[in-house]
Design a protein around this ligand. Structure first.
Ligand SMILES: Cc1cc2nc3c(=O)[nH]c(=O)nc-3n(C[C@H](O)[C@H](O)[C@H](O)COP(=O)(O)O)c2cc1C
Length: 363
């Protein structure tokens, strides 16, 4: 098996042209009402043209109260459909599979953007947020689950082949999964089985609101400060296998490292998930992959699909070039001129200046 070999997704029989996935990347280029701009569409279509098997959009809020930053893509209203349809058909025409990453910011959706107090599983506060969240009521949770379902339905209507449910990185779904951020005493809190109810109900609702062929990928953080441990994440993966999701995506940040309970043994996080999954559902892993050797390592650790983010910003044809002899994508920092040439708008370049060492005149 190599990065360039195709993969047939077991539940639907849908074929992916290769193992390379453009991971979700926020790029701040959408309009205030969540509608996609031409710049955001161009950035993604350029990567579809560059050969990626799957193109994932930036994190997109499913309800207005879930918006976490300016320029964020939204999938909560029909006014967003026209540009979503343009993006979905462009991705399809270029031979990639398009997934919209759907999410809600929870504690990290500030009042300055939503005009409402942030909501979460419990009353929470973390560094960098404007104010404390309030605890969601039972009926509000049910409504939010429905928002995810409606958003997925809208994505299918626009022509996307699936969604990636963003359960990683400390946003609302993570806040439910985490022991520290979910201290509820009702059916949404308690043991892992209860704390994962919100995510599992979202998966169910997306399934109910979309056709049989519609793909559901779930992205999780194997470990996170909200109170998510590797053991529980492995347990969660079992629950997701039972739900027959199409792809499990683990966000490792660094695929070469081990989990914090296992620092001596050199067993990577990807290896631990692949041992549990036993090929029952495809595993996608992402984090610090820059070249073919890195990608091959991820596959050798048991991943079926390999995600990249930063390298694809600077190298839109990465997927097409992998497998060709002597391809060695150059590393950051990149000049703003180079980034303009690869379809990044000034807004996106400015955002990338905040990522340490990425842009020559950035942080
Ligand atoms: C500019 C930028 C924006 C990102 N936005 C998102 C996002 O919207 N959703 C998400 O799940 N991850 C996001 N990530 C994380 C990436 O998907 C990826 O997991 C991470 O960058 C590690 O992969 P890499 O080493 O290939 O860059 C973002 C990363 C970058 C660099």
């Amino acid at each position: 098996m190599s990065l360039t070999s195709g993969l047939v997704l077991p539940r639907t029989g849908r074929k992916i042209r290769n193992r390379m996935v453009l991971a979700a990347m926020t790029n701040k280029q959408s309009f205030d009402d969540g509608t996609l701009s031409d710049e955001e569409i161009n950035w993604l279509l350029r990567r579809a043209e560059g050969g990626f098997g799957i193109i994932t959009t930036a994190a997109s809020h499913v309800s207005q109260c879930g918006k976490s930053w300016e320029g964020e893509m939204g999938v909560w209203g029909d006014h967003q459909l026209r540009k979503l349809t343009e993006l979905a058909s462009g991705i399809r025409q270029r031979g990639s599979i398009g997934l919209v990453q759907i999410f809600h910011g929870g504690l990290r959706a500030p009042r300055s953007l939503t005009s409402k107090q942030p909501v979460s599983a419990s009353i929470n506060l973390e560094k960098g947020v404007e104010e404390e969240s309030r605890e969601l009521s039972d009926s509000e949770i049910e409504n939010l689950i429905q928002d995810f379902g409606n958003a997925a339905k809208r994505c299918e209507q626009a022509g996307f082949e699936g969604v990636e449910i963003h359960g990683a990185h400390g946003y609302l779904i993570s806040q439910f999964l985490g022991k520290k951020t979910n201290r509820r005493k009702d059916r949404w809190g308690g043991e892992l089985i209860d704390r994962s109810l919100f995510l599992r109900k979202i998966v169910e609702c997306v399934r109910k609101n979309t056709s049989e062929e519609f793909l559901i990928c779930v992205r999780i953080s194997p470990e996170h400060d909200v109170g998510i441990t590797i053991d529980e994440s492995l347990g969660l993966s079992e629950l997701l296998v039972e739900m027959n999701i199409d792809i499990l995506h683990i966000s490792c940040w660094d695929i070469f490292s081990s989990a914090s309970d296992d620092l001596d043994s050199k067993r990577t996080i990807t290896r631990r998930f692949s041992e549990i999954l036993q090929n029952r559902i495809p595993l996608l892993t992402t984090g610090s992959i820059w070249n073919e050797e890195d990608g091959d390592f991820a596959l050798s650790e048991g991943a079926d699909l390999v995600g990249v983010a930063r390298v694809a910003i600077a190298h839109p044809d990465w997927a097409n070039k992998i497998g060709k002899s002597d391809y060695s994508p150059i590393k950051p920092p990149f000049t703003p001129e180079h980034l303009m040439d690869v379809e990044l708008s000034p807004i996106f370049i400015d955002y990338m200046r905040r990522w340490k060492g990425f842009v020559t005149d950035g942080k």
